[in-house]
Design a protein around this ligand. Sequence first.
Ligand code: ATP
Ligand code: MG
Length: 289
Amino acid sequence: MAGDCASSGTPAPPILPPPSSVSVRLPVPAHKPPRITAFANQKGGVGKTTSAINLAAALAQSRRVLLIDLDPQGNASTGLGIPRHERGAGSYAALAGGQSLAALTRPTMLDKLTILPADPDLAGAEVELAATERREHRLADALAVPDMAGFDDIFIDCPPSLGLLTLNALVAADSVLVPLQCEFFALEGVSQITRTIDRVARSLNPRLALEGILLTMFDRRNNLSELVAADVRAFFGAKVFATVIPRNIRLSEAPSHGLPIALYDPRSPGTAAYEALAVEFLARRKMAR
Ligand SMILES: Nc1ncnc2c1ncn2[C@@H]1O[C@H](COP(=O)(O)OP(=O)(O)OP(=O)(O)O)[C@@H](O)[C@H]1O
Ligand SMILES: [Mg+2]
């Protein structure tokens, strides 16, 4: 009893030790390595960059995301507010090696979203890489460093070709997200990229899987959009994301302001679509585990 201690002149022992002396060792969860997703389709203008930027931005509300601009056009860099004249060393320097990746990445307007911009030298990379050692593995090697452990997701925006840059992305990636514009010939184009994914998985990167096919620029008023979407779903089944990205003028305006759609026009259908895609993307990952 406290009264006993007080009456004997001995101070009562504290019920709990002071916080400084608490030495409870909580297990430190090992951070899972980032999951790397390439946005690829050899067909131009299908929504690779728009999807990479806006899905990255939607996920960056809760996850740490690195977006790598591997396209010499540099649209992902411009779209996230880094115009050509402000670009220094970037993804080409990463492929060339010898520089710390952390020194090449840049913050963006979103706390959790980092970008590795395209640098002006990237245009010559296809030719220059052709003569280098481990030419298909340059990006995979560059990403296999402890610097990358802080990211949850790494997205790679590929150019519209199946050359050495896209090949480097496919060798570095765990999965490929294929944006597909709802238009005539869409299925023919997609078979070329899915064959390439299979070939890379057999020869250079057995981890590589098809993350999913994303229907973009869907126009409800146009019958062709519905027909193409039905055909693609009949062929690829569950591999097609349930979320469809509608044609939305605000999505095409946002890059010229250097902003993801969620900051440019939070109430637009484009923002809602990429937020829904982020939820589906994470839910599918959980199911796949
Ligand atoms: N859902 C959409 N609604 C309206 N415009 C869109 C939509 N998605 C993309 N766009 C516009 O279509 C054009 C092509 O999109 P984007 O640059 O994302 O395609 P890409 O596949 O990356 O092209 P490239 O092959 O040249 O790299 C751009 O002008 C973009 O702003
Ligand atoms: Mg692009």
